[in-house]
Design a protein around this ligand. Structure first.
Ligand code: FES
Length: 141
């Protein structure tokens, strides 16, 4: 199992920034482990086999919707983040180039596919969540 490094995140972020978004699908094969972590199987979530692939799932301890995005082909090439907007908490929706915070509850903030802030009024990225990854699964802390 390997942890994502800052360098891996930045390199993966650059790769995703130039990709078109692949529509998100609901995650399947999700397990809550005895230690409280959430395991997302790569075998059953084939969308995560391709860079730009996205799955969404609900994790109660993170207040609801979370996205897992494949950012590079490396074993740790993923981003995991909350889908609640850092501005006022509306749930962001996937757009052609990443994520957008839609009205009426949202105020139009835009984020890259990896969750990085592109346009306010939000003033930070979508909140990253720690994870580890192997060739078989992404395990969310
Ligand atoms: S809640 Fe997302 S831009 Fe305001």
């Amino acid at each position: 199992m390997s942890s994502i490094s800052r360098r891996t995140f930045i390199c993966g972020s650059a790769a995703v920034a130039v990709l078109g978004a692949v529509p998100a699908v609901a995650a399947s094969g999700v397990k809550t482990l005895a230690n409280g972590k959430t395991e997302v199987s790569l075998l059953t979530n084939t969308a995560l086999g391709s860079v730009g692939g996205v799955v969404e799932l609900d994790i109660k301890k993170y207040g609801g919707k979370v996205a897992v995005v494949r950012t590079s082909k490396s074993d740790s090439g993923f981003s995991v983040f909350k889908l609640s907007c850092p501005h006022e908490g509306a749930i962001v929706k996937q757009s052609a180039s990443g994520w957008v915070c839609p009205p009426p509850r949202g105020h139009g903030a835009e984020f890259a596919l990896n969750g990085a802030l592109k346009l306010g009024p939000a003033n930070s990225a979508l909140k990253a969540i720690k994870f580890t990854a192997t060739t078989k699964a992404v395990t969310i802390a």
